[in-house]
Design a protein around this ligand. Structure first.
Ligand code: AMP
Ligand code: ZN
Length: 139
């Protein structure tokens, strides 16, 4: 399952070069060309899933298992203190490459990586209702 016009499908197949950290039949992990910090890496499934809403559950499980190993190796190699794992879905959420990918961004105190959002104030009644409604969808 690949898309001819997809950048990350092409990287997955090796048609576009990447600084590859790890690869097997199903996944590839490579360094971002416009990194938020040194070691900023992306993990992709080689099969094309546009986003979390399309991603196969079994693939998701294996991808996150792989992420734990890669996070540990990245931390050891870069000496970072912490790490953000970020995953954008949809243009409104900042996704620019529409092939599922997980960002691993090494972090250090005082670095200038600008992540975060202004904190809102929850309506606790609405939170309770919303949590219950979503929970029903998971039954
Ligand atoms: P997102 O905004 O979550 O869709 O992230 C897409 C990421 O892909 C960005 O951080 C880009 O810098 C990165 N990117 C785009 N093209 C390449 C490429 N050829 N090799 C490595 N990373 C890339
Ligand atoms: Zn793709």
């Amino acid at each position: 399952m690949t898309k001819d016009d997809c950048l990350f499908c092409k990287i997955g197949k090796g048609e576009i070069p990447s600084a590859t950290i790890f690869e097997n039949d199903e996944f590839k992990c490579f360094l971002d060309v416009a990194p938020a910090s040194r070691g900023h890496a992306l993990i992709i499934p080689k099969n094309h899933y546009s986003n979390i809403f399309e991603l196969d559950k079994a693939v998701a499980g294996k991808l996150f298992t792989l992420a734990t190993d890669i996070a540990a190796a990245l931390k050891e190699e870069t000496g970072c203190e912490g790490m953000n794992l970020i995953q954008n879905n949809g243009e409104c959420a900042g996704q620019t490459v529409h092939h599922f990918h997980l960002h691993l961004i090494p972090r250090n105190s005082g670095d200038r990586v600008g992540l975060g959002w202004p904190q809102g104030k929850a309506d606790l009644d609405d939170n309770a209702k919303l949590a219950e409604a979503i929970n029903k969808r998971l039954q």
